[in-house]
Design a protein around this ligand. Structure first.
Ligand code: CA
Length: 467
């Protein structure tokens, strides 16, 4: 009799707690380093840096070997990650009079843009960002205005400060360190930035373990000048340490370049701290963690490496825009399997929205696509094309294994990335039909962007942030 009653209650749907529970919303963590190259992780073939925690993360998850950013420099790359759009579509391909935003730039990511943080916030997520923003430093452009409940960090690169080698030319104000929308320090000791950002990230996980969360950790490092906290300086050669001790208020960029292995070691430590915090707080199994970089290594660098790729930061060659990417979600993403399918930072907004049960805006174009079927190893990339820009210039397109570079007034160059990842053998002459097909993609995209783009925002009388 009792069994029958229970069965009828179940049929009537009166015992919801006994039926399948709502699937738990996953947490998302994006760790986004600055100017790290495709060859700057052990699991991407490096022997000049040591990254045991990130390599372990790759062994438990996947290396994404054709993962792209939408621009080869900071500001537009971050704009694309935040909005799921090509930078040019939202007029964020450059700063107002420089390749990226500078201090007190009147320009910023438009407040009407809907960021990945806002999408997840609308689905009940706690959102935290600890690190470097670079999408506008005026009060109306700060992370707390774009969907982040909490922000601790710097509004742009840490070299936009009075110690810049061309300070005579730029006249930069002191570098502000912010807590939410308030400046809490000026010219903070950059040696401690990675450590302090990491501590904030770990605290955020501890405080939000019982609710769905989105944690964004855009490290200012390894962008020059390199800095590490004291425990990581112990492995530096004696003459380098001595030179740094003698810096005396100035910053010796060339000597600091030699801290590259130490800077990457501290980043690796930071990733380990975050992964350990997820485990200790019981949310490891329900958290997707993605590690990548905002653009390739700068040209003038002593240590950073694009690995087998040609090109560097600022170029539309693979070395500028293909990033060392590792993703991990136990039980959901097949462990230890490299994934060579084409994916981009623009895909994270629609992908996380889908996994979170959030709704995407329907009143605007979003270039990224839901790549969950691809990330989980069930389907090939949903992208027929990926477009490369330098600033506002449409420079190249990839479709399948083919990549076509176009330069005004010069013949196009066609490369087979499957067999020539270093873009060395121009096959344009022997494959005119492929060139024609890819050119048609470029023309269609240029037309689409011209017809469907949205403005950045500008303020009058921008002022440097101060305490
Ligand atoms: Ca960068």
């Amino acid at each position: 009799m009792k069994l029958i009653s229970l069965a009828s209650l179940l049929i009537l749907g009166l015992l919801p707690s006994l039926t399948a529970a709502e699937p738990e919303k996953p947490n998302f963590v994006i760790i986004f380093t600055d100017d790290q190259g495709y060859g700057d992780l052990g699991c991407f073939g490096a022997d000049h840096v040591h990254t045991p925690r990130i390599d372990q993360m790759a062994a438990e998850g996947a290396r994404l070997t054709s993962f792209y950013v939408a621009a080869p420099v900071c500001t537009p790359s971050r704009a694309a990650l935040m909005t799921g759009c090509y930078p040019k579509r939202i007029n964020m391909a450059t700063g107002s009079n420089f390749g990226v935003l500078l201090a007190a730039d009147p320009k910023g990511l438009h407040p009407d843009e809907i960021t990945i943080a806002e999408v997840l916030q609308s689905a009940g997520y706690a959102t935290g960002m600890f690190g470097k923003w670079h999408l506008g430093d005026q009060p109306e452009f700060l992370p707390t205005q774009q969907g982040f409940d909490e922000f601790f960090g710097i509004p742009f690169s840490h070299d936009i400060h009075p110690y810049h080698p061309r300070q005579d030319h730029y006249g930069f104000p002191p570098l502000p360190l912010l807590e939410n929308d308030q400046v809490v320090e000026l010219d903070p000791d950059a040696d401690y930035l990675t450590k302090r950002i990491t501590e904030r990230a770990v605290s955020f996980i501890e405080r939000h373990k019982d609710e769905p969360f989105f944690l964004y950790v855009p490290h200012p490092i390894p962008h020059a000048p390199l800095h590490v906290s004291p425990p990581f300086i112990t492995t530096v050669a004696g003459d380098v340490a001595a030179t740094l001790e003698a810096e005396d208020g100035n910053i010796d960029y060339r000597t600091r370049d030699k801290l590259f292995p130490q800077a990457i070691a501290e980043i690796d430590w930071s990733v380990g701290q975050i992964l350990d915090a997820l485990k200790e707080n019981g949310v490891d199994e329900n958290t997707l963690v993605l590690f990548t970089s905002d653009n390739g290594p700068p040209k003038r660098t002593l240590c950073a490496s694009p690995g087998p790729l040609r090109g560097h930061k600022g170029t539309a060659l693979e070395g500028g825009m293909r990033e060392p990417t590792v993703v991990r979600w136990p039980g959901k993403i097949p462990a230890g399997m490299p994934n060579d399918q084409m994916m981009t930072t623009m895909d994270l907004l629609p992908t996380f929205a889908k996994l979170a049960g959030a709704t995407l805006p329907t009143d605007r174009v979003i270039d990224g696509k839901d790549v969950w079927p691809t990330l989980s190893g069930q389907a090939p990339t949903p992208h027929e094309t990926f477009f490369y820009h330098r600033g506002n210039t449409l420079a190249a397109v990839r479709s399948g294994k083919w990549k076509l570079h176009v330069h005004r007034g010069r013949p196009a160059q066609l490369y087979d990335l499957e067999n020539d990842i270093a873009e060395k053998k121009n096959l344009a002459k022997s494959h005119p039909q492929v060139v024609k097909r890819l050119k048609a993609h470029l023309d269609a995209f240029a037309k689409d962007i011209a017809e469907n783009s949205r403005p950045a925002a500008f303020v009058e009388n921008p002022k440097p942030l101060s305490k």
